[in-house]
Design a protein around this ligand. Structure first.
Ligand SMILES: [Zn+2]
Length: 488
């Protein structure tokens, strides 16, 4: 792999202070869609997602072999049209990502780790298992989880694909045994090992009114949320979303809608274009290239879905005063799902906004930059290098402050992130949004799922309470009164 490919793995290369091995052991991976499962939209969606996550997982896989026989696609997914040959479409899709190279099975390496998708008998090291709302991964030698419904919805099978990708990651990046069989239920937000697992209790049909949702953020979690929502068999209407950012290379290890051709384009434009023919015919996505608090400030927001990744952005979208809010977030190998209530807890509770880099520090960085670095900063700021230096040397405020400072200000150091974590967060969030339209969610919760050693203990939802004295929803905050004015 050349320099381009190496960059795709940069965001998940960290050892997390020695918790993970550095990228090095990179097994060949084969993904097999079982013949008995091949005509199922849910299992095809899981196969697509697993191939997607392996392709984007440069540094923990070296090749991907895709085994789907002569299956024809029955569901429209990014890079896959209904009716076309499924395996070749997945191989072509992988090439557009430009990460781990994929091929059809005439070249299957003998030492590949094989993951089979759906129930069947192919020899494999791992099996993706799922019902409608829950999914997971098991080693075929273990006792099976009995009584699973054949999935008619896709939430469970998408979760299973994420956990299979997580198991492959652990195998490459942990020194101990990487496998751990798990079962993760989007209806209850419970993650368990297989011995404690029970089939999901969620319904086998579930409408999703997209018009009642507003999605903030089209990053990795927002991408997966949109994909799971638009492909959900009960989805109707238009999912409105907002994101002002561009697609860049550091997004490609985890943003399921974006490929190399999209670099430098607005996330909003790309997401609108690639979802036009995707998912259910009656379901659409409309992303506005603005910050959500701008795009929706005059719109009542019944349910706000937060997929933003900074506390500043969380604080800002809090001003939309939704009736209900849901949030998905990630930290290293942890997935978190929150539900909020009015008047609290709110998105600001326990999420202090990150410090803003002071103006003088931005100027100091410009003045200290070497020639190459200065050129890069100038491009980012949309100025030439001389103008930028002149601006940075001038004391006090200048005409260029607004544009240059917002372009160059660091919003926090780039942190570890990896595809299966963000994808899982978005799918769980979609499951929660669907459930919220079927039954009252009850008291606010936070559900965390740690994917480093996920089978070791039960991980499920905990009650979540407002932060005492929260500046937004607390006794001196503005939210409670505003909420009553809008919604009562
Ligand atoms: Zn609050």
């Amino acid at each position: 792999m050349g320099a381009m490919g190496d960059d795709l793995g940069a965001r998940h290369a960290s050892t997390l202070n020695g918790t993970l091995l550095p990228p090095g052991k990179q097994p060949n991976v084969a993904v097999v869609l079982e013949t008995a499962a091949a005509a199922s939209p849910a299992w095809q969606a899981a196969t697509w997602l697993l191939c997607e996550l392996v392709s984007r997982g440069l540094g923990h896989a070296s090749t991907l072999t895709i085994v789907t026989g002569d299956t024809k696609a029955v569901i429209a997914l990014p890079g896959v049209a209904v009716g076309e040959a499924f395996g070749p479409a997945l191989v072509a899709r992988s090439a557009t990502i430009g990460g781990v190279p994929a091929a059809l099975p005439n070249k299957t390496p003998l030492d590949a780790i094989t993951v089979r998708v759906g129930p069947g008998r192919s020899a494999a090291e791992l099996e993706v298992i799922a019902d409608n709302w829950a999914g997971g991964v098991r080693s075929p030698g273990e006792a099976p989880l009995l009584g699973l419904d054949e999935p008619a919805l896709h939430i469970g099978s998408l979760i299973g694909a994420c956990h299979a990708a997580a198991a492959l990651f652990r195998q490459a990046r942990l020194s101990g045994p990487g496998h751990s069989s798990v079962w993760h239920d989007a209806w209850t937000l419970q993650l368990s090992n297989l011995t404690q697992a029970t089939p999901s209790a969620g319904p086998s049909r579930a409408a999703l009114r997209l018009d009642d949702l507003v999605l903030a953020g089209m990053g990795a979690v927002g991408n997966a949320f949109a994909l799971a929502a638009l492909t959900h068999p009960g989805a109707r209407g238009t999912l409105r979303a907002a994101d002002y950012d561009d697609v860049d290379l550091t997004n490609l290890n985890r943003c399921l809608l974006f490929v190399r051709d999209h670099l430098g384009h607005l996330k909003a434009d790309v997401a609108n274009a690639v979802t036009r023919d995707l998912g259910q015919p009656q379901a659409a996505l409309l992303v506005t290239p603005e910050r959500a608090e701008q795009a929706f400030r005059n719109t009542p927001v019944p349910t706000l879905v937060s997929a933003v990744d900074t506390n500043r952005a969380r604080e800002a979208i809090n001003q939309l005063v939704p009736r209900t809010a849901l949030a998905g977030s990630t930290f290293n190998l942890r997935v978190q799902t929150n539900t909020f209530g009015q008047p609290g807890p709110c998105l600001r509770c326990g999420n202090p906004p990150e410090p803003v880099e002071p103006d003088r520090d931005v100027k100091a960085r410009v003045l200290a930059a070497e020639a190459d670095e200065l050129e890069e900063l100038a491009v980012e700021a949309g100025q030439d290098a001389v103008e930028l230096l002149t601006w940075a040397s001038a004391p006090g405020c200048g005409e260029l402050d607004a544009t240059v400072l917002s372009a160059l200000r660091q919003e926090g150091a780039a942190t570890f992130s990896v595809g299966f974590v963000s994808a899982l967060s978005g799918v769980l969030l979609a499951g929660t949004a669907i459930r919220a339209q079927h039954e009252p969610l009850g008291a606010p919760i936070v559900a965390r799922a740690q994917l480093l050693r996920p089978g070791e203990r039960l991980q499920g939802p905990q009650p979540s309470v407002a932060e005492p004295g929260c500046p937004a929803c607390g006794p001196r905050g503005a939210l409670p009164g505003t909420w009553r004015r809008i919604w009562e």
